[in-house]
Ligand binder design. Structure first.
Ligand SMILES: NC(=O)c1ccc[n+]([C@@H]2O[C@H](COP(=O)([O-])OP(=O)(O)OC[C@H]3O[C@@H](n4cnc5c(N)ncnc54)[C@H](O)[C@@H]3O)[C@@H](O)[C@H]2O)c1
Length: 364
């Protein structure tokens, strides 16, 4: 087999919830093959490896020493990543790292420095960029279909009352640092912070709001973002109340998805699927990013836009294929460490704004 035709060998570190979805999606890739898996949980990694014929490891250093890998995907919780990135970079392997890149901007910057010093490409898993509904929406915005973008917004509000609030554990987000629920500002909003800038080609230049601190009582999280083009971004997250959406406002979800009720495998009706609203001077888009549906509204009315490509979790296949192509051709990653660091910088700005707690009472 010629080198050109060879599929790149991937090792995965972390085969928990998202790792198993990456694994499922990579099976459909013509660009990569998963040859090794690593997870600190021996049973979990043995099961996953047996199902796909990969070698199993419980320590990433053993995997790096024993396997000849082209790409290592780091899919462990964010707090665990810096040390792993250091070892993988020292071993000279290309790296794809899940979101958020780290729990602090300083750690993410150190990852970028280590990889640059080792001459290793580091790709940030901005997976929303590979969802067909978002990709198509970006093309429509660039073509001027909704005019100038003025407002982007997403919220996840629902749950089963205050007892349904679910904080991610300290091994994901160490106590006292940024944190919150899986569908909260940090763990989920980090996708939107990147997506708003990517959809508009306009970085976030200021931010305000408040986010939950890991280990502290959970409250409603929110952010207002200012984009360089003058557009406003709005994020709102609360998983400890009850949903107000009516069943008729739902969508058939073609893709796998996450919402305040947890993970949904797709292929079923969803009463309140996630969606992103993008408003412009001539029209608006409603992007059901996981349900795999896109609507355009303007002076002509509202219509559904046909999408190409497969829904989630296939976006993880598209993501690794894009990175494999860059690695194979010696190109710098398109979704790079700068994007991961920029998203963390925005999160840190939101937390700094919340810590100052500036609230102005209306004068009567
Ligand atoms: N892109 C997306 O849409 C998406 C979706 C879900 C989760 N994620 C991200 O993926 C990451 C993992 O989330 P998850 O839900 O899979 O978590 P998880 O807790 O389900 O799985 C994490 C796995 O990593 C393993 N692990 C932890 N430390 C390790 C180490 N040092 N060496 C080897 N294995 C180790 C654990 O044993 C576990 O199996 C998080 O950063 C999360 O934000 C991304």
């Amino acid at each position: 087999m010629s080198n050109e035709a060879r599929r790149l060998r991937v090792g995965m570190i972390g085969v928990g919830g998202v790792g198993r979805l990456h694994l499922e999606a990579y099976r459909r890739s013509a660009a990569v093959e998963v040859t090794a898996l690593c997870d600190a949980d021996p049973e979990r990694v043995a099961d996953a490896a047996a199902a796909c014929g990969a070698a199993a490891y419980t320590g990433h250093r053993d995997m790096l020493m024993s396997e000849s890998l082209d790409i290592v995907c780091i899919l462990t919780p964010p707090a665990s990543r810096l040390g792993i990135v250091a070892d993988v970079a020292a071993a000279g392997r290309a790296i794809l790292v899940e979101k958020p890149m780290a729990t602090t901007r300083a750690d993410a910057e150190e990852m970028r420095r280590l990889c640059a010093a080792a001459g290793v490409p580091l790709s940030y898993g901005a997976s929303y960029r590979h969802l067909p509904a978002l990709k198509h929406a970006r093309g429509l915005i660039a073509a001027g279909a909704i005019g100038d973008v003025t407002l982007l917004r997403e919220d996840f509000v629902g749950g089963r009352g205050p007892s349904s609030r679910m904080a991610l554990p300290p091994w994901h987000y160490p106590e006292g640092g940024i944190g919150g629920s899986g569908m909260g500002l940090v763990d989920h909003g980090v996708h939107l912070i990147d997506a708003f800038a990517w959809l508009t080609g306009s970085p976030v230049t200021w931010a305000s709001g408040r986010g939950n601190v890991s280990g502290a009582p959970l409250e409603t999280e929110y952010a207002i973002l200012g984009l360089a083009n003058g557009a406003t971004g709005h994020l709102l997250y609360e998983d400890g109340t009850w949903p107000t959406q009516l069943p008729a406002e739902g969508q058939f979800s073609w893709g796998a998805s996450w919402d305040v009720d947890g993970y949904h495998p797709g292929g079923a009706w969803q009463a309140h699927p996630g969606s992103i609203h993008v408003h412009g001077t001539r029209g608006a888009l409603r992007i059901f990013h996981y349900a795999h549906a896109l609507y355009l509204s303007d002076a002509e009315g509202t219509r559904q836009i046909t999408l190409e490509g497969d829904p989630a979790p296939d976006h993880f296949r598209a993501q690794i294929d894009a990175f494999a192509c860059e690695v194979r051709n010696g190109l710098a990653p398109t979704s790079n460490a700068d994007a991961g660091i920029a998203a963390l910088a925005v999160l840190e700005a939101i937390y700094a704004s919340g810590a100052r707690n500036i609230r102005v009472e209306p004068q009567s």
